[in-house]
Design a protein around this ligand. Structure first.
Ligand code: ATP
Length: 193
């Protein structure tokens, strides 16, 4: 089954996540796309992120009624720092997937640091990487061996990020249309940021 894994912090999930997931789901003819919220992201270990339970909840309410999308709590259950290579290996084992059927979706900002991740060669061995380009992307920043192993997706480009949304919220600015309405309500009710 042609499967795409979409890892992230999702603090909060926003329209950028949803739109790139939906676009690649269609263009790559995936049979399922699995959002995987990190327990602790290796790049965000300072403890500033919302709890894994909260981020999982926001994903659930974002994806409701979309049967194409699934959510896995594999990284939350594993606890500790979430390394993509471990997650991919777990999916390979539990879903019995070959490389031809396993894809990992990321934004181009994430691609810039992938060579610093735990075992990037193994990641490339286990799956195919699909990259959604974000504004400001310059391929010259990326090592050639990485570029040789990834595919760029043709997606609508616009800059919206969780960091920017949290900052706007704190400043009392609107985040309307940047997150699903239900996520807006959840943030508001739980005084999240
Ligand atoms: P933060 O600002 O907190 O770092 P983020 O908006 O980048 O968050 P993450 O949850 O860290 O969101 O992202 C998960 C994945 O989605 C990453 O690979 C990231 O590059 C990608 N992504 C997020 N927003 C966009 C966007 N607007 N366009 C393309 N890719 C995106």
């Amino acid at each position: 089954m042609k499967t795409c894994i979409f890892g992230g912090t999702f603090d909060p999930p926003h329209i950028g996540h949803l739109l790139i997931a939906q676009t690649v789901f269609e263009s790559e003819h995936f049979e399922r796309l699995i959002f995987v919220p990190a327990n602790i992201s290796p790049t965000k270990k300072n403890g500033d992120s919302s709890s894994p339970k909260t981020r999982l909840k926001m994903l659930e309410i974002s994806l409701i009624n979309n049967t194409n999308f699934e959510i896995s709590d594999i990284e939350i259950k594993r606890e500790g720092v979430s390394y993509t290579v471990d997650t991919l290996q777990e999916f390979v084992n539990s879903l019995n997937l070959d490389k031809k059927d396993l894809f990992f979706l990321m934004g181009s900002d994430t691609l810039r640091s992938i060579h610093t991740w735990k075992d990037p060669e193994k990641i490339m061995e286990l799956c195919n990487i699909i990259v959604a380009i974000r504004p400001g992307f310059a391929p010259s920043d990326i090592p050639q061996w990485i570029l040789d192993n990834v595919r760029f997706a043709n997606i609508p480009r616009f800059e919206v990020s969780s960091t920017n949304i949290r900052a706007r919220w704190r400043e009392g600015k609107t985040i309307r249309y940047m997150v699903p309405k239900e996520v807006w309500e959840y943030i508001n009710e739980n005084e999240l940021y």
